[in-house]
Design a protein around this ligand. Structure first.
Ligand SMILES: [Zn+2]
Length: 112
């Protein structure tokens, strides 16, 4: 498919939302479809279908916007939302009730 091919070649955009962010296909942990990185790039699972990739990139775009406006940050051990630390060890990352995820689910109406 055209979209998958463009991902393979690391050329953006895949969607209108994703504008100029690099999309990098990777072998991600089981159950992880995509990840938004602080450098503006997005990792997408190499196992995702083109439709899953598009949805995942839309979802991660919300997280990029959250990072750009300063609400979302993270390090190896924590996710920081509006100055409050959430320990990754105690967190089910991607859970819809987490505030940064709640916004992403609301804006995309997709579960990721
Ligand atoms: Zn998310």
């Amino acid at each position: 498919m055209e979209e998958a091919k463009r991902v393979e070649n690391r050329v953006s955009p895949i969607t209108q939302n994703a504008k100029s962010r690099p999309i990098i296909k990777k072998d991600l942990e089981p159950g992880i479809m995509a990840e938004a990185n602080k450098d503006g790039s997005t990792y997408v699972s190499k196992d995702a279908s083109p439709a899953q990739m598009k949805d995942a990139i839309d979802h991660e775009e919300v997280h990029h916007k959250q990072m750009e406006r300063g609400d979302l940050d993270y390090d190896d051990d924590n996710v920081i939302w509006k100055g409050k630390k959430f320990s990754r060890a105690k967190m089910n990352e991607g859970a819809q009730k987490l505030p940064w995820e709640a916004e992403a689910y609301k804006k995309t109406k997709k579960s990721k």
